[in-house]
Design a protein around this ligand. Structure first.
Ligand code: IDP
Ligand code: MG
Length: 143
């Protein structure tokens, strides 16, 4: 298995609940390492672009409103099989259906306000990392 990088967002609901640490602890306990991290307030244009894949879905407008309602933490995570691993640690999209011990089960509120975003494939991980972090910035954070 290869070392991969994936992209994560701690969403506005989780930041508001003061569980940045709790979320990050679960990622770290699952074997992932935070290699870049920044708190940002998404603009409407950024949220729309980031979630453009969902633009025809009925929940798109609400999702953009939610993602811009307060600050988020954008992170690059690294580890063995990081993309799938992160999705496992996150749990199902709907917190009610998420396995016990997952981030969404513990910290999510409902199918929209579900605490975290995680890339779903190598292509989306690369695109999402590049959306928020420059190669030069990531290089300064190498350790
Ligand atoms: P994922 O975050 O588990 O990959 P996606 O289907 O990619 O789930 O949906 C992106 C985000 O859109 C979800 O994390 C959630 O915040 C929101 N969302 C997904 N499905 C619904 C829905 O049926 N109602 C409201 N919001 C939804
Ligand atoms: Mg998704």
């Amino acid at each position: 298995m290869a070392i991969e990088r994936t992209f994560s967002i701690i969403k506005p609901d989780a930041v508001k609940k003061n569980v940045i640490g709790g979320v990050t602890q679960k990622l770290e306990a699952g074997g992932l390492r935070v290699v870049a991290s920044r708190m940002v307030r998404l603009t409407e244009a950024q949220a729309k672009a980031f979630y453009a894949v969902h633009k025809e879905r009925p929940f798109y407008k609400d999702l953009v409103a939610f993602m811009t309602e307060g600050p988020v933490v954008v992170q690059v995570l690294e580890g063995e099989n990081a993309i799938l691993k992160n999705r496992e640690i996150m749990g199902a999209t709907n917190p009610e259906k998420a396995d016990a011990g997952t981030i969404r089960k513990e910290f999510g509120t409902n199918i929209e306000r579900n605490a975290v975003h995680g890339s779903d494939a190598p292509e989306t991980a690369a695109a999402e990392i590049a959306f928020f972090f420059s190669g030069a910035e990531l290089a300064t954070l190498e350790r």
